[in-house]
Design a protein around this ligand. Structure first.
Ligand code: CDP
Length: 227
């Protein structure tokens, strides 16, 4: 194995990818890159221009946004800066969550972000989470995980996250929104949400964060020693 290590973590919405990716990155001393934050950043910029109203002009509007799109990931993706503005909190708004799947179907958006994702990882070891990391972005990743959890468990997690920021949405509504996002992400033509054939499925239902972290660390260290 080369000294550069790439770990890809994919899975549906709120399956625990980013929490675990962050912890794993810390334990292994790798850079964590949140690819979903990039799609959220484009979506936020598009909402600011359009008030969230979809139209035939969207491909062009998105091209304009992407032509001046300077995104920075500071402090292991804790702080996301777009064109000098800290958007770390705004990209987690539920309005962004509801529109991001639409924005991520545009080929111009995907190709620009793919470029950024590969450049960020060109000369260093990284853990990246998203929907197409093991299938499209890094088909040759050293480790590929696909995290899953039941729709109810995922809705509960998202409810807690939103409550912390003062957004209250009932759990049935959240579950419906999450399922709709997964449906859109799985059925799009370009780079859909899909488990790579060689990805290891990690079911996070009824497991503590520490248990899942232990499982990931075990997989990584076992494979490294056996190589
Ligand atoms: O954290 P959460 O599971 O809510 O989602 P995220 O990772 O922040 O991703 C937000 C959205 O960005 C997804 O629902 C996808 O529509 C899109 N996305 C994508 O298309 N490809 C990726 N590699 C990552 C995210």
């Amino acid at each position: 194995m080369s000294s550069q290590i790439i770990i890809a973590i994919d899975g549906p919405a709120a399956s625990g990818k980013s929490t675990l990716a962050k912890l794993l990155a810390k334990r292994l001393g790798l850079l964590y890159i949140d690819s979903g934050a990039m799609f959220r950043a484009v979506t936020l910029a598009w909402i600011q221009k359009t008030n969230g109203h979809k139209s035939e002009a969207d491909a062009q509007i998105l091209d304009e946004i992407l032509s001046a799109f300077n995104i920075e990931f500071l402090d292991n993706s804790k702080t996301i800066v777009l064109n000098s503005n800290d958007i770390s909190t705004a990209i987690r708004d539920n309005q962004v969550s509801q529109l991001v799947s639409y924005i991520s179907t545009f080929s111009g958006v995907r190709s620009k972000l793919l470029d950024i994702q590969r450049k960020l990882s060109s000369d260093q070891s990284v853990i990246m989470d998203g929907r197409d990391i093991g299938t499209v972005v890094f088909p040759n990743a050293d480790f590929k995980f696909f995290m899953i959890a039941s729709p109810l468990e995922r809705a509960k997690r998202r409810e807690k996250e939103l409550a912390k920021r003062g957004e209250r949405i009932n759990i049935e509504e959240l579950a419906a929104q999450i399922e709709e996002r997964d449906r859109q992400d799985s059925s799009r033509a370009i780079a859909p949400l899909k488990k790579a054939d060689d990805a290891i499925v990690i079911d996070t239902d009824n497991k503590t964060i520490d248990e899942v972290l232990g499982e990931l660390l075990m997989r990584v260290s076992t494979t490294q020693t056996s190589n």
